[in-house]
Design a protein around this ligand. Structure first.
Ligand code: NAD
Length: 291
């Protein structure tokens, strides 16, 4: 069987070009540029790379980005004050706290996320936006990675309605919101996590498997049926190489489609962050449905 490689690069580029076109249009009409504030705590090298990519992409589409960096030993209240100040600022449409936080602050992640005004919650992690997603109300801001996966599936004509989908990984950032979006689109969804006794018991009959665990090459050929669609969200480093959760080479010729790592879901996530920032701006400026 020929395996389609579902690249996210060109689609993400198209999303960014559309965002740039909109920003240029708004600015040429005399409006201010959209603004995104990114809070980074500590010195995690991977987080630093992700944050710089976000700033760089904002620059490319004409979104102003504001950087707030705190040392690992920062007090909780100092970050909280920063969020409160950003909530009040007119020139800031989106606020995100880069996750994961350093170990010392990790169990207070939700407390910080809850402080972000839901209308500026570009990551879609605030309980208000999570709640809207859970009840299938489209007015909320949706988390970037699962939103990017849905767009990728739609773009490649992979319909999830009525299909058996297995979500491997159940984090608040990827697995849980992904499962909700799939249910909202009438897929039959199973969710596996670290305590699942036998992941392959669920994946072997699935039409679509989405994996977000960070375990390199967890999903192998013998765990999925012939013709399955495999969406790989995982990002790990093995011997200096970036690899995903799916054994990409092993599933070639067996799966009907697979996303590459890098170049699959990753670029979609950044593109969705830009789309969400623009959406927050448009709502705050009363511009929605006027383009
Ligand atoms: P997380 O650590 O918060 O969650 C991992 C989930 O996987 C948990 O639910 C855990 O129970 C489950 N899990 C771990 N090992 C497992 C196993 N052996 N079998 C079954 N389930 C297992 O991580 P996260 O933030 O959800 O990210 C997951 C992966 O996706 C990471 O590699 C991360 O770097 C990557 N990621 C990529 C993007 C992107 O844009 N491509 C975005 C976010 C996260």
């Amino acid at each position: 069987m020929e395996t389609r490689v579902l690249s996210g690069r060109e689609l993400a580029q198209k999303v960014l070009e559309e965002a740039k076109r909109k920003v240029e249009k708004y600015v040429s009409c005399g409006r201010r540029s959209p603004g995104l504030a990114v809070i980074l705590v500590g010195d995690d090298p991977a987080s630093r790379i992700y944050v710089s990519k976000k700033h760089e992409t904002c620059g490319k589409v004409g979104i102003r980005s504001f950087s707030y960096e705190f040392p690992e030993n920062v007090g909780f209240d100092e970050i909280a004050e920063c969020i409160h100040a950003l909530n009040e600022r007119d020139d800031v449409d989106g606020i995100l706290v880069q996750l994961p936080l350093p170990e010392r602050l990790r169990d207070r992640t939700n407390e910080l996320i809850n402080m972000i005004h839901p209308a500026k919650d570009v990551d879609g992690f605030h309980p208000y936006n999570v709640g809207l997603l859970a009840i299938g109300d489209n007015r909320g801001i949706k988390p970037c990675t699962p939103k990017g996966v849905m767009l990728l599936l739609d773009h490649y004509g992979i319909d999830v309605e009525g299909r058996d989908v297995v979500m491997v990984g159940a984090s608040n950032i990827v697995g849980k919101p992904m499962a909700l979006m799939l249910i909202n689109r009438m897929a039959t969804v199973s969710v596996c996590h670290i305590k699942t006794r036998c992941v392959s018991h669920f994946t072997k009959d699935a039409d679509i498997v989405i994996s977000a665990t960070g375990v390199p090459h967890l999903i192998k050929k013998d765990m999925v049926k012939e013709g399955a669609v495999l969406i790989d969200v995982g990002i790990s480093r093995v011997n200096g190489r970036v690899v995903g959760d799916v054994d990409f080479d092993g599933v070639m010729g067996h799966a009907s489609a697979v996303t590459p790592v890098p170049g699959g879901v990753g670029p979609m996530t950044v593109a969705m962050l830009i789309e969400n920032t623009l959406e927050c701006y448009e709502r705050r400026e009363g511009l929605l449905n006027s383009n």
